[in-house]
Each structure stands twice: as structure tokens, then as C-alpha cells.
Design a protein around this ligand. Structure first.
Ligand code: NDP
Ligand code: GDR
Length: 367
């Protein structure tokens, strides 16, 4: 039985990856941070009481900023594979917390690599590093592939650039099996509520249910290559099963504007949206609402631009070329964007229809 250690197991990808590895018969250890409230809602269905027989799922308290803790957990768990998914992963928040982001996302990766080396496990333990399409930043070439030059545009992306190169360096310097998955945006019903897709589906569900008046957005002209997180964790696993460690782009090859994601999500609740104007003057109005369950007054403003959500430096266009992964890993995405939007909308309608009324000020809590 193989043993895996997942950092960031309480996050979106950590939850899907833990599920996948348990299905494959792995013993799974995860690192979670101590929080004042329980933060394991995405993985509670996997929890096993430690007094049960044949426990294959175990959580350990830890943090990417704590070297000694990481050494201890790796020594205790002796993993065959480590998936480093832990990160302060919000691009806009990284402008507010740049030093912490560098520490957790950049130096945190170094701490893991050094822990493996200090423990003499560099020939046993394989490492997956959660690299990102944010590394490409300011457009140099499209579609972006493994050879496209990087030009990071946020403290988050710069921290991830360090993590990318230190992973490559440890592979070359110490012969470690360590590789970077350069993953483009991937979403799901488990996506954090402050990332754009989930903010949209949750906001629209709240509007349709009469719990919120208006969705306040930032730059809706940004273009993203969106896939489903379930497909992407499969690629992570495949990267660690090869004969030699290499870096791979994982993407769908299709890019979509944020405004078109918004339009698709509104369509799920029968609302047809007319965009008027450009940039900060942009307003959306309900033209018609034909859904039997939802009734909104015609002409009601349901979308507005709030510059508070603009970024100091933006990544305008991401579109990935995953042909290397398709050829070498035999990977390809199964979900379409339409299926993803539908699944996310259905999930948020279900969650919010069982909830207390929210105020239209809720958007202030989102980033
Ligand atoms: P999430 O934000 O959903 O999850 C991040 C995880 O990291 C959470 O479990 C979080 O814990 C944990 N974490 C944050 N800081 C620390 C820390 N200092 N020490 C220990 N754990 C920490 O991210 P995703 O699941 O979406 O992404 C997984 C990884 O992949 C991240 O590294 C992200 O940067 C990267 N990535 C994501 C992409 C995407 O589109 N989703 C695309 C490309 C890369 P807690 O629950 O306590 O907050
Ligand atoms: P991103 O994801 O920055 O690509 O990073 P996010 O969903 O936050 O933004 C995508 C695009 O939407 C625009 N946008 C808004 N974004 C947010 N969050 N809120 C808004 O109101 C809003 N309005 C417009 C953004 O400006 C941006 O252009 C994600 C994270 O998961 C990273 O960890 C990961 O590395 C990359 O994807 C690949």
C-alpha cells in the first residue's frame, strides 16, 4: 500500500485528491492548520475515527511556515508521495499579505524539499509541486506551454515562481523525483467562495432566491482557461507515476471571459442579461427571466462593477496547451465548461435555499 502526504488537504484540490488516492487504495495523511473554527468541511466525509480498524486517512496539525513540524510529519508518515497543495492561494489577497505569501508559498516549498533531503528520503519520496498558470502573467505567447517564458504579475505568482525553480533545482541537484504541475484555473462546487467562479454562482443563486440584490464584480474582461478540479487532481497523480520527473501544463485549451461565465451562470436561472457600457460604467439588467422557479422584476440591476475588486496588476489572458500531458500522461479533461457552470449553480442553489436571508452588503466580505 502506498502512502501519500497532502499539504493543503482542507482546500478544494486537497479534498478531491484525497478522495482519489483513497479510491486507489493509498494510505493518506494530510496537514491541516489549527483554526479557531473547524475547517475540515470539504473532507469530513473522508474522516475515520482513529480507533477504527484499517484507518487509511489521518490528519496532522501543521503549517508551511514551520520547518520542524514538516520534518516531524514526514519522518513519522514516511510518504512515498508528497503533494504540496498548501498555499495562500488568492491572487488579490497576496497584494495585502506579500511577505506571508512568500513565506508560505515560496519558502514553504523549500522547507518540504529540505525536509525530504535532511531525512535522507530523496530516493524514496516523490514530490508534486502545485505550480500555476499565474507564472505566465503578462502575455508572452499564446497558448501558454511548458516552454513559454514566465512573467509573474502578483506577489502570489512571484512566490510560486520561487517554488517552481527550487523544485527544478532540487530535482537537478539531488536527483529527486520532484515535478511541477503548471495548472490553469480549475473550479468546482468546492471552490472557495471568494474566487471569481464561485463568487458568481453563489451570488447569482442568492439573487435568484431573493437573498441578495446585486453582484459586484471587478475586471470582467479577464480571460481564463477554466477546467474542473476533479479532472486536474487526476493529472497530479499521473505526474508522480512516470519513470522520470518532468513538468507539465494542465489546461483545457479553451479560454472564456469572466463576463461570459457570468452570462452562462445567469442563464442557469433563466435570466437573460444585457451588458451596457464598458469598464466601470458597465451595468447589467434583467431583460427577461423565464425560469418557472424564479421571478425577478424586468429592468432590475443585478450586476455592477466595483473597482475595489480590480488588481494592481492583472493577468489578462490565459489559455493553456496541454498537449505534452495528453501525449505523455494520457490525460485529458472530461468536464466541459457548461457542465461545470451547471454543477456549481445547482450546488449553490441547493445550499442557499436552505439558508437564512443575507443582506446585499454581503459582497463586501468577498474579494
Ligand atoms: P485552496 O485555497 O482551496 O486551498 C489551499 C490549502 O492550503 C488549504 O487547505 C489551506 O488551509 C492551506 N494552507 C494555506 N496556507 C497554509 C499554510 N501556511 N500552512 C499549511 N496549509 C496552508 O487552494 P486550491 O485547492 O484551489 O489550490 C491548491 C494549490 O494549487 C494551491 O497551492 C494553489 O496555489 C495551486 N493552484 C490552484 C489552482 C486553481 O485554479 N485552483 C491553479 C493552479 C495552482 P485552510 O483550509 O486552513 O485555509
Ligand atoms: P485567479 O482566480 O486570480 O485567476 O487565481 P480568481 O478566480 O480570483 O480571478 C480570476 C479573474 O477574475 C477576475 N475578477 C474577479 N476575481 C475575483 N476573485 N473577484 C471578483 O470580484 C472579480 N471580478 C473579476 C480577476 O481579476 C481575475 O482576472 C486562481 C487561484 O486559484 C490561484 O491560486 C491559481 O494559481 C490561479 O487561479 C491559476
Amino acid at each position: 500500500m502506498k502512502t501519500a502526504l497532502i499539504t493543503g488537504i482542507t482546500g478544494q484540490d486537497g479534498a478531491y485528491l484525497a478522495e482519489l488516492l483513497l479510491e486507489k487504495g493509498y494510505r493518506v495523511h494530510g496537514i491541516k492548520r489549527r483554526a479557531s473554527l473547524i475547517n475540515t468541511s470539504r473532507i469530513d466525509h473522508l474522516y475515520q475515527d482513529r480507533h477504527e480498524a484499517d484507518v487509511r486517512f489521518t490528519l496532522h496539525y501543521g503549517d508551511m511556515t514551520d520547518s520542524m513540524n514538516l520534518v516531524k510529519i514526514i519522518q513519522e508518515t514516511q510518504p512515498d508521495e508528497i503533494y504540496n497543495l498548501a498555499a495562500m492561494s488568492h491572487v488579490k489577497v497576496s497584494f495585502d499579505t506579500p511577505e506571508y505569501t512568500a513565506n508560505a508559498d515560496g519558502i514553504g516549498t523549500l522547507r518540504l524539499l529540505e525536509a525530504i533531503r535532511i531525512l535522507g528520503m530523496e530516493k524514496k519520496t516523490r514530490l508534486y509541486q502545485a505550480s500555476t498558470s499565474e507564472l505566465y502573467g503578462l502575455v508572452q505567447e499564446v497558448p501558454q506551454r511548458e516552454t513559454t517564458p514566465f512573467y509573474p504579475r502578483s506577489p502570489y505568482a512571484v512566490a510560486k515562481l520561487y517554488a517552481y525553480w527550487i523544485t527544478v533545482n532540487y530535482r537537478e541537484a539531488y536527483g529527486m523525483y520532484a515535478c511541477n504541475g503548471i495548472l490553469f484555473n480549475h473550479e468546482s462546487p468546492l471552490r472557495g467562495e471568494t474566487f471569481v467562479t464561485r463568487k458568481i454562482t453563489r451570488g447569482i443563486a442568492a439573487i435568484a432566491l431573493g437573498l441578495q440584490d446585486c453582484l459586484y464584480m471587478g475586471n470582467i474582461d479577464a480571460q481564463r482557461d477554466w477546467g474542473h478540479a476533479k479532472d486536474y487532481v487526476e493529472a497530479m497523480w499521473r505526474m508522480l507515476q512516470q519513470d522520470t520527473p518532468e513538468d507539465f501544463v494542465i489546461a483545457t485549451g479553451i479560454t472564456t471571459r469572466v463576463r461570459d461565465f457570468i452570462r452562462m451562470a445567469f442563464e442557469e436561472v433563466g435570466i437573460e442579461l444585457a451588458f451596457q457600457g464598458k469598464g466601470v460604467d458597465e451595468k447589467g439588467y434583467v431583460v427577461s427571466c423565464n425560469h418557472p422557479d424564479f421571478h425577478l422584476e424586468p429592468g432590475k440591476m443585478v450586476l455592477a462593477i466595483d473597482p475595489a475588486y480590480f488588481r494592481h496588476t492583472e493577468v489578462d489572458l490565459l489559455i493553456g496547451d496541454a498537449s505534452k500531458a495528453m501525449q505523455q500522461l494520457g490525460w485529458k479533461p472530461k468536464y466541459s465548461l457548461a457542465a461545470l457552470v451547471k454543477e456549481m449553480m445547482e450546488n449553490d442553489l441547493k445550499i442557499l435555499s436552505g439558508k437564512e436571508a443575507q443582506t446585499s452588503q454581503n459582497h463586501l466580505l468577498y474579494r
